[in-house]
Write a protein that binds this ligand. Structure first.
Ligand SMILES: [Zn+2]
Length: 590
């Protein structure tokens, strides 16, 4: 039996009057904090701390209400009460947010002498990183009325398109023939069938899935084109040096580091090609694998019950470290995981760390596959990261930047895989695990970087012209070819794959955080393998730092240099080792 979450520790329900009261409180505090306006540069350090604490308090109310609205919506996207609450909370948050826009503007307008004084003041040490990050955006900030209008217009602009796309595609029904029977499936029901053991079912599923997106090309193209154009306007208005600048600011990294990382990933597209050639051989397809077989299970699919999934993940975490094991157990004991598959539920998996004062919760649709077990380990890692961060950080430093936000999640997956590799001695089991690990790495590192290449070209071209569905498919195919070369024979419908990836709409260049994050963690994991248990306190210190340090400094704190190509290559050396093991078994069998 899968589980549903209990969110009553946030609010009692969508109609809890406390929601309204908290929104009001946020609004009042936003008015009150206005008394500091025009005086920030002259405040004493202790007053500046009070001011920032009040600012954080407003944020806490807004995040709490906003997260609750969005969690209920994810739970049941078709529920009108939840939709109404989500919309209302969003609207009020924007209204309150507008009253606070002056803050970042005023901090950014401070002369560098006053600002440096703040950064040197030990009383303000908790906020140093926050202030530094805020100031990063200073060169790109517009005047207050313009920022306010942009904020308001986003509600009927990008946010509206994202919500439209999400609701519209969540409601898709897919007609598929499965073993001679016509079936109508929801998103949550069809996606696991990409990995169905029957090759004909897989092919039918792939065709039906992407055909649906092609049949809805008008709605989809509009959603994507509006995002490309909106971002193009942003780049012009704010004079960002490149279309990716916003992502580097958000990730607290820089163009050079990211270009180095992506260059290494591109150089290692050979891993993708060699892997799929070997998989084709294993499946008796010669040297080229069929596009619908990308995720084909190569040995018997092991199905896990929810209980078994819990046991596998918990024993891995417990063996790694007892404190971490105890923290992870809370997620089950306190009903913080929604793992049930339901119609209308948002697809995908995520962990929501709301505020440091509230427990994190996990949203996923557990399908009983080993991939589902890995997802559980992954999202639990996120939850652990949030719990560690909550120990030392306040709201402004709570969430790590995206590129290191995957540290605990991917580390957790590695712990699970190693544990399973160790406990399984038959060749079939080992093969499955190697396939899982390699496909996961290819999906997370190589594919996500390929996504970025696609997104980059769409932003460049789509800023000034409307791209047709076909044009976007052509761009997609170009980068697919670069990554997979001639190792995969894709179905024509798979050219529409991009249309099913919501990340392109949600956040600009979101996906490089996956590549960055996983390669970063493979580096850490390698260090753990070499160093043993003495590495665990270092890992905990990274997690406890939450969002209080730049990624480059976090890496330096454990002796790694992310500006160097060698750092990123180390992750691939580790993966190439796994590939060699995989190929040895394949050669033996064919
Ligand atoms: Zn994640």
């Amino acid at each position: 039996m899968t589980t549903t979450w209990d969110l009553t520790f946030v609010y009692k329900g969508f109609d809890d009057p406390q929601i309204e009261m908290d929104l009001k409180k946020a609004d009042q505090l936003a008015d009150e904090i206005g008394k500091y306006r025009g005086k920030l540069a002259t405040l004493s350090s202790s007053d500046f701390v009070l001011f920032l604490q009040q600012h954080e308090e407003i944020g806490s109310y807004l995040v709490k209400c906003g997260s609750f609205g969005s969690l209920l919506f994810s739970q049941e996207t078709t529920n009108d009460n939840f939709k109404a609450l989500f919309a209302k909370v969003q609207q009020k948050s924007v209204a309150v947010g507008n009253k606070l826009i002056w803050i970042s503007l005023e901090i950014n307008k401070m002369d560098s002498e006053s600002f440096t004084k703040l950064l040197e003041d030990p009383l303000l040490s908790n906020y140093h990183h926050y202030l530094k990050v805020l100031r990063l955006r200073e060169p790109y900030q517009l005047s207050e009325p313009v920022e306010q209008v942009l904020n308001q217009k986003a509600l009927v602009g990008t946010s509206a398109w994202v919500k439209f796309y999400e609701e519209y595609t969540a409601d898709f029904k897919f007609e598929v023939e499965i073993e001679g029977e016509k079936k109508v499936l929801s998103q949550g029901e069809i996606r696991p069938l990409f990995r169905d053991p029957n090759p004909i079912t897989r092919e039918n599923v792939f065709k039906a899935y992407y055909q649906k997106y092609m049949d809805n090309s008008i709605a989809i193209s509009h959603s994507f084109n509006n995002i490309w154009k909106d971002h193009g306007q942003n780049v012009d208005l704010r004079k960002y040096p490149t279309t990716m600048t916003i992502a580097h600011l958000r990730n607290q990294t820089d163009e050079k580091i990211v270009e180095t990382m992506m260059g290494v990933v591109k150089k290692n597209f050979t891993l993708v090609q060699e892997y799929y050639k070997a998989k084709a051989k294993l499946m008796g397809q010669g040297e080229v694998i069929k596009g619908s077989d990308l995720y084909a299970p190569i040995t018997k699919v092991t199905k896990y019950s929810w209980k078994e999934a819990e046991e596998a993940v918990m024993s891995a975490y417990n063996e790694f470290d007892s404190e971490i094991g105890q923290m992870a157990q809370r997620l089950f004991d306190e009903n913080l995981i929604d793992s049930e598959i339901r119609k209308g539920k948002r697809t995908g998996a995520f962990c929501a760390g709301i505020t440091p004062q509230l427990k994190p919760v996990i949203h996923m649709s557990f399908d009983g596959t080993s991939d589902g077990v890995a997802t559980l380990a992954h999202e639990m890692g996120h939850a652990l990261h949030d719990m560690f961060s909550a120990r030392k950080q306040t709201l402004f430093n709570y969430h790590p930047p995206l590129v290191v936000a995957e540290t605990a999640s991917v580390f957790g997956e590695q712990i699970l895989t190693s544990k399973l590799l160790k406990t399984m001695d038959d060749e079939d089991g080992k093969l499955t695990l190697l396939v899982n690990q390699l496909e996961d790495a290819i999906g997370t590192i190589s594919r996500q970087t390929m996504y970025i290449f696609f997104e980059k070209e769409c932003h460049l071209k789509g800023a000034n012209q409307t791209l047709s569905f076909q044009e976007m498919s052509d761009i997609w195919d170009k980068y697919v070819k670069e990554a997979y070369a001639d190792s995969v024979d894709f179905l024509s419908e798979q050219s529409a794959n991009w249309a099913s990836i919501p990340h392109f709409l949600f956040t600009r260049y979101y996906c490089y955080a996956y590549s960055f994050g996983m390669l970063f963690v493979l580096g850490l994991y390698q260090q753990y393998l070499e160093e043993g248990n003495s590495f665990i306190p270092k890992l905990k210190s990274i997690l406890e730092a939450g969002g209080s340090q730049f990624p480059i400094d976090l890496a330096t704190s454990v002796g790694l240099d992310i500006r160097k190509e060698e750092f990123w290559q180390a992750g691939f050396d580790y993966l190439n080792g796994l590939l060699t093991e995989f190929k040895e078994i394949v050669d033996k069998r064919s």
